[in-house]
Design a protein around this ligand. Structure first.
Ligand code: NAG
Ligand code: NAG
Ligand code: NAG
Length: 266
């Protein structure tokens, strides 16, 4: 289905709520939508040894978080390379990311975006083809404010599923790690409890599926997402969807998304 204008989307929801599922379904229904994942951009830049990738790898090897400024740079580069973001004073890019060298005196830790860039005003495309779901960033209100300076997000979805329902879902999930086979103790149990049907090897639970680990992650998520959601609520772009399963949430999301961004058929 076609879009009437650019959609710039962020999905916010507790770990295990099914953001990936909704992203896939939205992209399938609306081919104009791309997924831009900060994690993927980071890995790609590290692999291709771009200047940013090299700096980020140093950070990771030193065991420190990759600074927000670097992540923003990655997103900026990606949007610029796609032609969705332009600035009168930016050089045109032909090579992925690598043209975006840091100047020697731009310490990425101390400034969000090096000053010559910060002073710049970016122009963004409102063409439907410049539509994306941003994944992995921003996670905090501070990051969201920084992103606002580059490009305005215009639809933020607060995906809401009761915590006990998510817990039930993840407690039911067992995997055969070597093959990736997933069992579901309610709907698709292994023939012998705790044992893979094909190899007879033991099943394990992914770390993320351990209820204790999940509860700790949920707590962290709630603390950071509250101000993040409030930030976007103030900007008038937040919408909350409730549902106990992805299948319940998808039609509601499609309806709202279509209302906001769908092209009108003539
Ligand atoms: C188990 O399978 C059912 C039916 O396919 C599905 O609705 C549910 O989400 C699955 N649970 C997990 C943990 O995968
Ligand atoms: C997001 O959804 C949760 C769960 O329904 C709700 O409590 C919260 O108020 C929503 N956040 C905002 C800012 O609307
Ligand atoms: C979703 O789960 C809650 C309990 O956590 C229940 O009260 C509610 O009825 C459920 N909604 C649907 C549509 O099944």
């Amino acid at each position: 289905m076609a879009l009437s204008r650019a959609a710039r989307i962020i999905l916010v929801g507790a770990p295990g709520v099914g953001k990936g599922t909704q992203t896939e379904r939205l992209m399938k229904r609306y081919p104009d939508l791309s997924s831009i994942s900060s994690g993927d951009l980071l890995r790609k830049n590290v692999r291709e040894k771009t200047p940013l990738g090299i700096q980020a790898e140093h950070k990771m090897k030193a065991g420190v978080l990759v600074p927000d400024a670097m992540i923003l740079r990655l997103i900026l580069n990606e949007l610029t390379n796609r032609g969705w973001l332009t600035s009168d004073t930016i050089r045109p890019y032909t090579v992925y990311a690598s043209s975006f060298d840091m100047d020697q005196d731009d310490t990425v830790d101390s400034v969000f975006i090096p000053s010559p860039l910060r002073a710049q005003k970016y122009n963004y495309s409102d063409s439907p083809s410049a539509s994306f779901i941003l994944d992995g960033f921003p996670r905090t209100a501070a990051q969201a404010s920084q992103l606002d300076e580059l490009i305005p997000i215009n639809f933020v979805v607060n995906i809401s599923t009761p915590a006990d329902i998510i817990i039930d879902r993840i407690c039911n999930r067992w995997v055969h790690a070597p093959s990736g086979r997933v069992y579901n103790t309610t709907f698709n149990p292994p023939q012998v409890e705790g044992i893979d049907d094909i190899t007879g090897e033991p099943l394990t639970r992914r770390d993320d599926d351990d209820p204790k680990v999940w509860k700790a992650r949920l707590k962290g998520f709630e603390e950071t997402s509250l101000p993040l959601l409030e930030h976007y609520d103030k900007l008038g772009v937040l919408w909350t969807v409730k549902g106990n399963s992805s299948d319940e949430i998808t039609p509601r999301l499609f309806a709202e998304f279509g209302r906001r961004f769908g092209a009108i058929d003539n």
